[in-house]
Write a protein that binds this ligand. Structure first.
Ligand SMILES: Nc1nc2c(c(=O)[nH]1)N[C@H]1C(S)=C(S)[C@@H](COP(=O)(O)O)O[C@H]1N2
Ligand SMILES: [Mo]
Length: 169
């Protein structure tokens, strides 16, 4: 019996099944005091959509289409507009990818009456579904000078309320 070969086959099978479980066409939304919400293509299709022209690393702009992150947050009842005041202004949104890569945006940065920063949860590039490297969902942040927050393979979006005070000196 060839033990290393069997171990290699098992590791490969495990890696493939793990990859498959990450490839689901859903994004999880988590918020304090709320049950986790699984957003599938149908749920996302029901939200407002927008298209931006943007290019990463100085590339010529191309069309990215999807749901503005602020509209997803609005649909899930995040404090925005007049409700975005007081402690809520310390809230932020953390986006996590299948490889564990994470970025954050403040709610104030995204709110249309405050920062108004355009951040799209994209599912189409030049009219087609995203490829496996980027998709099924990717963030596109046209105003960022580097595409470091253009998170590929988005898995979850968390609203985090952060109304704690730093210790006094
Ligand atoms: N999931 C995931 N998304 C990611 C990253 C990453 O490591 N993992 N790197 C970011 C960084 S630093 C950059 S510059 C861009 C690179 O995008 P590209 O591979 O399409 O050029 O993706 C961003 N999105
Ligand atoms: Mo980067």
């Amino acid at each position: 019996m060839n033990r290393p070969l069997i171990r290699c086959a098992l590791v490969t099978a495990f890696a493939l099944s793990a990859t498959a479980s990450f490839a689901a066409d859903t994004v999880r939304y988590l918020a304090p005091g709320k049950a986790a919400v699984v957003l599938d293509a149908k749920a996302l299709a029901a939200l407002p959509r927008s298209t931006v022209q943007a290019g990463a690393h100085g590339a010529a702009p191309t069309a990215w289409e999807g749901v503005p992150l602020v509209e997803l947050l609005r649909a899930e009842g995040a404090p925005l507009d007049k409700a975005l005041r007081g402690d809520a202004l310390a809230s932020f949104v953390r986006v996590t990818a299948s490889d564990g890569y994470q970025v954050v945006f403040s709610l104030g940065e995204l709110d249309t009456g405050l920062g108004g920063s355009k951040v799209l949860l994209v599912d189409k590039h030049e009219g087609k579904p995203l490829d496996d490297k980027d998709g099924p969902f990717r963030l596109v942040v046209p105003a960022d000078s580097r595409p470091a927050r253009w998170v590929r393979q988005v898995e979850s979006i968390e609203l985090i309320g952060a109304s704690t005070r730093p210790p006094k000196p």
